[in-house]
Design a protein around this ligand. Structure first.
Ligand SMILES: *Cc1c(COP(=O)(O)O)cnc(C)c1O
Length: 438
């Protein structure tokens, strides 16, 4: 049975366990904690993360690269909660950042983590560069000649040396949503390999810059490993060219992008998947003697999180059934932004529950405010709790205040323990930085 309501084989973060009082009923848990308890305690909507899942996925990913010197730099933009960053930093994770704000978060989480930070992004500003230079980060991944000139200028002003990698655009196609595909010539990201050679010469001319690496990131939610291997082969060939030009290339940054399975029950085969990914990435680099940098985001945190929501109203329009829930697109925008699929499961699962076909929608005044359309779910009534699964990555980190909705709280579960790692936002929080001056 692979119906979405069937819990068998779900990754271990959110198991159904028997209700001790009514043996036939099953209750969705995060680790050992029943989600209905968390909903009572913290209200809904609520982001719930499994700490042990984050740790085990990080460890599996890290272990997959055992055979090569490497540093896993968790991509902060996937989920930037301070407790998540701190937990990863304690495991010696590095961080991939795309803004000065993310660097500040990393430093708040662990001020000693700066030396394990790589700074990506196509539009770094001077103040962001200054903060990163002063903090002594590991690497700047640069994307244009103008950026190199600005970085050189800031570095010499501050008398701070900086290691630099050019993010090259390998022009490989990776099957994913067009909004999260980045490795083609037509995308704004990276420098075409043919042009990058000249950029390395420019970098080498600047006293405070050191051309130390090559970086690549071909996109996100990529589920076949072929494109990663192809990109790395091109990068490996290019490293040979750069070395013949006299550059000392010590790092290759393979970027992030390893996809997860959003559809249906999947046994947790992540260690094997990470291994396959690691082999395809490492193979072209075997002879190069470089340190490999990796920037996984989604594959570490995605399956560790769920968005818990309560059904406000059941409504029928022209024969169509709607479940109007208290979470909305401001809390989790992936379905409408990327046409993303998220499994939605009831927190209380009755044996042999009948199913019906629903649109699961939020209260926001937008037709795009939906989590699922024409989805077969166990018959669900008003007041019931639903869990939107695999919402740990690009969920809370993209949440907004649209419709003046306050962003949900986040809790981190470990076994039977729970910690509030971000309280529910209030409207007072929202208006505090506004003025009603007339
Ligand atoms: C977004 C991003 C990542 C992380 O991608 P995932 O798909 O979450 O693994 C890594 N590196 C860069 C440069 C990114 O922009």
């Amino acid at each position: 049975m692979t119906k979405s309501s069937q819990p068998e084989g779900r990754p271990p973060a959110f198991p159904y366990l028997a209700d001790p009082r009514r043996k036939a009923m099953r209750k969705l848990h995060c680790e050992r904690l029943p989600l209905n308890k968390l909903a009572e305690q913290y209200g809904t909507p609520l982001y719930v993360y499994s700490g042990s899942t984050v740790r085990s996925r990080y460890q599996a990913f890290d272990a997959a690269f055992d055979s090569i010197p490497h540093l896993v730099c968790y991509s902060v933009k996937a989920n930037s909660n301070l407790s998540i960053l701190r937990m990863l930093s304690k495991m010696r994770s590095g961080f991939d950042i795309v803004s000065g704000g993310e660097l500040e978060r990393v430093l708040v989480a662990d001020k000693k983590a700066a030396e394990r930070v790589v700074f990506s992004g196509v539009g770094k500003t001077a103040p962001e560069m200054d903060l990163a230079l002063r903090s002594g980060i590991l690497m700047f991944n640069v994307e244009s000649t103008s950026e190199v000139e600005l970085l050189a200028n800031r570095a010499s002003r501050l008398k701070k040396h900086a290691r630099v990698a050019v993010r090259v655009n390998p022009d490989v196609f990776a099957e994913t949503h067009p909004y999260i595909s980045t490795g083609l010539r037509k995308h704004k990201f990276g420098v075409p390999i043919e042009e990058a050679r000249g950029l390395y010469r420019t970098i080498a001319r600047h006293r405070y810059l050191k051309a130390s690496g090559v970086s690549v990131h071909i996109g996100s939610q990529i589920t076949s490993v072929g494109p990663f291997g192809d990109a790395m082969q091109r990068v490996a060939d290019f490293v040979g060219v750069l070395r013949s030009d006299g550059h000392q290339i010590d790092y290759i940054d393979a970027g992030g992008g390893l996809g997860i399975q959003y559809h249906e029950a999947a046994l947790d085969t992540f260690p094997e998947k990470a291994k396959t990914y690691a082999v395809s990435i490492s193979k072209p680099l075997a002879e190069l003697g470089v340190t490999l940098l990796l920037e996984p985001g989604r594959s570490i945190i995605g399956p560790a999180g769920a968005l818990l929501t309560r059904v406000l109203y059941h409504k029928q329009n022209d024969g169509k059934q709607f479940l109007i829930v208290d979470a909305a697109m401001n809390d989790l925008i992936r379905p409408t932004l990327y046409s993303a699929h998220h499994e939605i499961v009831p927190v209380d699962l009755a044996p042999d529950a009948k199913t019906a076909t629903y649109d699961v929608v939020g209260p926001i005044c937008e037709t795009g405010d939906f989590f699922a359309r024409d989805r077969e779910l166990p018959v669900t009534g008003e007041g019931q709790l639903l869990a939107i699964l695999d919402a740990g990555a690009y969920g809370m980190s993209i949440a907004s205040n649209y419709n003046t909705r306050s962003r949900p709280p986040e809790v981190l579960v470990d076994g039977k323990k729970v910690r509030l790692i971000r309280r529910r936002e209030t409207v007072r929080d929202q208006v505090r930085i506004e003025r009603k001056s007339l």
